[in-house]
Design a protein around this ligand. Structure first.
Ligand code: VG1
Ligand code: CO
Length: 551
């Protein structure tokens, strides 16, 4: 039996030095490569968790550079912590939704996900680590705060003195008293999908010649998409492209939006384009849906899924409710009103959906940042969304654009865009937000010039959220400015970047007139873009003439 080892380290040197947010701790790979850096985080985590005797832990990552090294360290430390069992994906691979599914299926006490999600990978890229709790969802703030505080004090690292485990073959190993099982990354997740969707109908859709192009962006979604779409649902070989997870994602930026998934967008614009395009991000929890020459706004995607959910076996009994993050467009609110179900508005970040899902008050959730999911796990789920769309196309006989345009005809179109200003100086970003906050009390009632019809500012605040389940309050979640016609501007700073600050400006305007639904979103939103500049002096504070990324 390998002996336990303890190592004494200088307290706080090097400590993670960052509050792990919703998405855990994200840093450059070079930061994680510092001796004992990852170890200190993991020790802090294990120190704040209760005794692990009899408990199961799930461990896996998106396969990016440093994944394998990190997993071996975690396995040795988990054995020292005393877990009864650790489940680790073959090759160290597990998507974020698969970790969530495994935690729930095996009643594990938690899981560790190694990913920096949609951030680039490779030796020069980013790495990340996050802890999910027993419901399968991201640890709440009370836990991440405790980890952070403990990480400042950790002085003893507990580990096992043993060689690396062979993770590329399925099998069982004993580390000290811990059973480590190397499991197939796809099996449990695939079983869950089979129970939700009409696989027969999707199989018939592909058999009829329906063509899909799924771009896994050389990230962890590949093995899942290949197994289900090509392996089980009869999609032709080659449907899933960039399907092998690479340590540097082949140099791609695995963020599925029209700016980063340019190859897919170009394919979908060609005369011989497939019927549908889809992509997922680094850890496969995000999704992008495209039709022929048509990009679906993530907010519209959520609304379409909600509107037709009853046609999908897993949701045939209807939805308890829906939830969206505050900056996400109000398209789903209109669907909820029609369906007579509640619609919750939460701060940005999937953890805020956890209580609503656990309490059975929301069934579908979504964010404008290409994230959709349901109560089947406690993370957003990229392939799940793609299967949902395929099921709807099979059930309705309508194409991707037809489903979206039908939504617009019924509810009007929510023109929507997000402008990101990346890599700006943190103090400038804070100054911009501070300037806005100081103006807030003076804004309501003010007339807004330059719009098609006369508008005033109806509401201006810094979004605060009271969790309807546990009553906890989250303040300063984004400055929102709402006009009398419901148009909105939202300003917030990103919590997931690793270089400087990122300002996100979210723009939304509802258009009832079908004659104007084919307008380009940037043109439809131009007056709001001008209003944002006038109120926040974005160019001045960011030093950027244009957003770095517009989605
Ligand atoms: C971004 C998105 C947010 C999402 C988060 C994690 O956060 O805006 O909607 O939940 O990333 O996504 P921020 O703070 O940078 O705006 V991912 O795919 O890391 O799991
Ligand atoms: Co992600």
């Amino acid at each position: 039996m390998p002996p336990l080892t303890t190592q004494t380290t200088q307290p706080t040197q090097p400590y993670p030095g960052q509050r792990p947010g919703t998405s855990g701790l994200r840093k450059k790979v070079s930061v994680f490569q510092q001796p004992r850096y990852l170890d200190n985080f993991v020790q802090a985590l294990f120190d704040v968790l209760p005794d692990a005797g009899g408990q199961t832990l799930v461990v896996g990552g998106d396969g990016r550079f440093h994944n394998r090294v990190a997993i071996q360290t975690i396995l040795r430390m988990a054995a020292a912590k005393g877990y009864a069992r650790v489940l680790v994906g073959q090759g160290g691979i597990l998507s974020t939704p698969a970790v969530s599914a495994l935690i729930r299926h095996h009643r594990a006490s938690g899981g560790i996900v190694l990913s920096a999600s949609h951030n680039p990978g490779g030796p020069e890229g980013d790495f990340g680590i996050k802890y999910n709790i027993a419901n399968g969802g991201p640890a709440p703030e009370s836990v991440t705060e405790a980890i952070y505080r403990r990480s400042l004090e950790v002085s003893t690292l507990h580990s096992i003195d043993s060689p690396d485990l062979p993770l590329d073959t399925l099998g069982q190993h004993t580390l000290h008293h811990t059973l480590v099982e190397v499991i197939d990354p796809v099996t449990t997740y695939a079983e869950l999908m089979r129970g939700l969707f009409d696989f027969e109908a999707i199989r018939a859709l592909f058999a009829s010649g329906f063509r899909l192009r799924y771009d896994a962006m050389n990230a962890v979604g590949g093995p899942y998409a290949k197994a289900l779409l090509e392996g089980e649902l009869g999609a032709p070989a080659g449907t899933v492209v960039n399907a092998v997870p690479l340590e540097d994602f082949g140099g791609l930026h695995p963020d599925p939006n029209p700016v980063n998934a340019t190859d897919l967008v170009q394919h979908m614009a060609r005369p011989d384009a497939p019927d549908m395009g889809a992509a997922s991000d680094g850890d496969a929890d995000r999704n992008m849906i495209l039709g022929r020459g048509f990009a679906v706004s993530p907010s519209d995607s959520l609304a379409v899924l909600a509107a037709h959910a009853a046609r999908v076996p897993g949701y045939a009994r209807g939805l308890q409710g829906v939830a969206r993050s505050m900056p996400t467009s109000t398209a789903v609110d209109r669907v909820a009103r029609r369906l007579g179900i509640p619609c919750f508005e939460t701060p940005t970040g999937w953890k805020f959906f956890g209580n609503l899902l656990d309490a059975g008050r929301a069934t579908l959730c979504g964010e404008e940042s290409y994230g959709t999911g349901s109560d089947h796990v406690r993370e957003k789920d990229g392939l799940w969304a793609v299967l949902f769309w395929l099921n709807l196309i099979a059930a309705t006989g309508q194409s991707v654009p037809e489903l979206v345009q039908a939504l617009w005809r019924t509810d009007g179109r929510c023109f929507y865009s997000r402008h990101d200003y990346e890599g700006i100086a943190s103090d400038r970003a804070e100054a911009l937000m501070q300037g806005l906050r100081e103006q807030l009390p003076t804004l309501p009632g003010r007339a807004v010039p330059g719009l098609a019809s006369p508008q005033t500012i109806a509401l201006a605040d810094d979004f605060a959220y009271t969790d309807p389940v546990d009553g906890s309050i989250s303040q300063r979640q984004g400055v929102r400015i709402v006009l009398s016609d419901g148009s909105r501007l939202v300003f917030r700073l990103s919590g997931t970047g690793t270089e400087g600050a990122t300002l996100r400006l979210y723009l939304e305007r509802h258009e009832a007139d079908p004659a104007r639904h084919s307008l380009d979103a940037q043109i439809a939103l131009a007056p709001l873009i001008a209003l944002a500049e006038a109120l926040a002096r974005v160019r001045h504070f960011t030093g950027l003439e244009q957003p770095s990324v517009t989605t």
